[in-house]
Design a protein around this ligand. Structure first.
Ligand SMILES: Nc1ncnc2c1ncn2[C@@H]1O[C@H](COP(=O)(O)OP(=O)(O)OP(=O)(O)O)[C@@H](O)[C@H]1O
Ligand SMILES: [Mg+2]
Length: 338
């Protein structure tokens, strides 16, 4: 406790970011340092799991120290540790979880395991102090594309999800096809800015009438086939137009499905989260839709959209209120349902 405020130390290590944060009373971010491994994996064109684990191991203690010093607090001020328990790269998750257990044991304070996607949902609480459940949440990340009915801080109902690739995964794969490299999402977004979204048409996969599920593997193949056809015909590929056409297809699907999800749930508020939520074009399109439908849209700042530990601390704080501490026997999980 500091000044009567309950302090949660968050730890996140599920993929290629080693992150720690100190959050007061669940929502006030006191610090949020993030050590990204982008440079390390860039040469491989994607995240190499074993290398990610090794880097988490090297970074984790330093990042926890940085979180404490940036917040101006000591270990003895921390009341709770919230840590990602899955889903994610198993070796990577293990580093954060083992660190949390060791700190919990040595400091004599509780720790609570957090579902990584619950963290992405909770990111919206950090900057919107009045936001309370229930609401609709759309999570668009590297591994997930989910519509979630957030009924309370601890009750969730999955309304729809991707049947194959996640939207971030599609961005990453298209970036690879276009030779833009890793991390793909921001590079495709940047290329699309100079392109004509109507020049090349890629099919919108809307699935059955009324479905809130997604499918993004077709668009990835569509881009690959287009690139191969052009190459075989000896025609140069306009990368900006392909990126813009791809992004237009993806955003049309996300916006149409969101409209349907809002109609089905009847909610007048929704949140967006996950790494792809930092995409400015998506933010703009959803803002327009929500204005038309009189829905209040809450989008975290980009730093809270991609992986960070402040969102994990926030989710840990609320999970602890309803479920209490996790046991030391808690395992890291590569896959975990919400
Ligand atoms: N500006 C952007 N436009 C589109 N996609 C983006 C943008 N910025 C990041 N992304 C994508 O977001 C994903 C990373 O998001 P995030 O860190 O939340 O995913 P993850 O943690 O790997 O997956 P998950 O959260 O499902 O476990 C990557 O696929 C990346 O390409
Ligand atoms: Mg994530």
């Amino acid at each position: 406790m500091v000044d009567g405020k309950f302090l949660t130390l968050g730890i996140e290590s599920s993929c290629d970011e080693t992150a720690a944060a100190v959050v007061a009373d669940g929502r006030e971010v006191l610090s949020n340092p993030i050590a990204s491994q982008i440079d390390v994996h860039e040469v491989f064109g994607g995240v190499v799991p074993e290398i990610a684990s090794r880097h988490h191991l090297v970074q984790v203690n330093g990042i926890v120290d940085a979180a404490l010093s940036d917040a101006g607090v000591r270990f003895s001020d921390i009341d709770l540790i919230g840590v990602t328990e899955g889903p994610g790269l198993i070796g990577a998750v293990l580093i954060g979880l083992s660190t949390a257990k060791a700190l919990s044991f040595s400091l004599g304070i509780p720790f609570v395991g957090v579902h990584h996607i619950k963290g992405h949902i909770h990111a919206a609480f950090l900057e919107h102090k009045n936001l309370k459940p229930p609401f609709l949440s759309l999570i668009v990340s590297g591994g997930h594309t989910d519509f979630i009915d957030v009924q309370s801080y601890s009750t969730y109902h999955l309304l729809g999800q991707t049947r194959d690739d996640a939207v971030g995964e599609a961005y990453d794969k298209v970036a690879r096809v276009l030779g833009l490299g890793y991390p793909g999402g921001p590079k495709v977004e940047k290329a699309a800015k100079d392109g004509d979204p109507d020049k090349i048409f890629f099919k919108r996969a809307l699935l059955e009438d009324g479905s809130l599920d997604f499918s993004f593997s077709g668009i990835k193949t569509g881009v690959l086939n287009y690139a191969n056809t052009e190459k075989q015909a000896g025609r140069p590929i306009n990368i900006a137009d392909v990126a813009a056409g791809f992004q237009a297809s993806v955003l049309d699907v996300l916006v149409q499905k969101t409209e349907l999800a809002l109609e089905k749930t009847g909610y007048d508020k929704m949140t967006l989260g996950g790494g792809v939520a930092s995409n400015a074009a998506l933010r703009e399109r959803l803002k327009r839709l929500c204005e038309q439908k009189n829905v209040h849209l809450y989008i975290p700042s980009p730093v809270y959209c991609t992986d960070n530990a402040a969102m994990i601390a926030c989710a840990g704080y609320y999970t602890y209120q309803t479920e209490g501490a996790s046991p030391f026997a808690l395992d890291a999980k590569a896959s975990l349902s919400l």
